[in-house]
Design a protein around this ligand. Structure first.
Ligand SMILES: Cc1cc2nc3c(=O)[nH]c(=O)nc-3n(C[C@H](O)[C@H](O)[C@H](O)COP(=O)(O)O)c2cc1C
Length: 181
């Protein structure tokens, strides 16, 4: 049995970057979630309405892995439909779930309406008894402190090799340690 697999969804690249980094660190396979309908507006609405056409089937056999590391963004405070559909369909096949997100919200506001904390709670409620561990990699961690409220800059920033240093890299190393514990 292989140890880990990374399953990810990313629209603008930051969560793909994060997924790549996790798969490289764990030396494990990775597979993208492929929504049946790629229209962004419909996917976004799917988070609120819980109506969606679902994803194409995952090619990997998740029962062959000790743990699944799911990676993806947060939109409008919701568990986005590609991630929710994945979890609903495959939760019975997951032994241990880790969720990582590169998102716009950050630690100080994680429990606000659009904060990542609420999404972590939604995942825990949905998946129930799987062993779950969640971590956020807020995009503001790669920006100077005084730019955190610059929403245009926050939305335009993507993770990359140049900015993935310092506090975010430290958090990443702790995450990998926790995953492999
Ligand atoms: C329409 C939209 C809504 C968003 N809403 C939230 C939100 O409620 N909370 C949050 O933490 N981030 C939010 N974000 C920020 C994304 O989570 C962030 O940009 C993420 O890194 C994008 O990941 P990707 O590059 O892998 O697609 C939102 C982004 C978009 C485009």
């Amino acid at each position: 049995m292989e140890k880990s697999i990374v399953i990810y969804y990313s629209n603008t690249g930051s969560n793909k970057y994060l997924a790549d980094k996790i798969a490289n660190s764990l030396n494990c396979p990775m597979e993208a979630i492929r929504p049946r309908v790629k229209n962004f507006g419909l996917m976004l609405m799917g988070g609120w309405t819980k109506i969606s056409l679902g994803n194409h089937p995952i090619k990997s056999d998740l029962t062959q892995f000790d743990r699944v590391i799911l990676v993806g963004p947060i939109w409008t405070g919701q568990l986005i439909s590609p991630l929710r559909n994945f979890l609903k369909k495959y939760k019975q096949q997951i032994n241990e779930l880790h969720f990582a997100t590169c998102c716009g919200s950050y630690d100080e506001i994680k429990d606000d309406k659009f904060g990542y904390g609420r999404v972590f709670d939604k995942i825990k409620a949905l998946v129930g008894d799987a062993n779950i561990h969640c971590e956020a990699f807020p995009i503001v961690m790669v920006l100077p402190e005084d730019k955190r409220e610059d929403s245009e800059l926050v939305m335009a920033t993507r993770l990359n090799d140049e900015n993935f240093t310092g506090a975010i890299e430290e958090r990443f190393e702790n995450f990998i340690e926790e995953v492999t514990m």
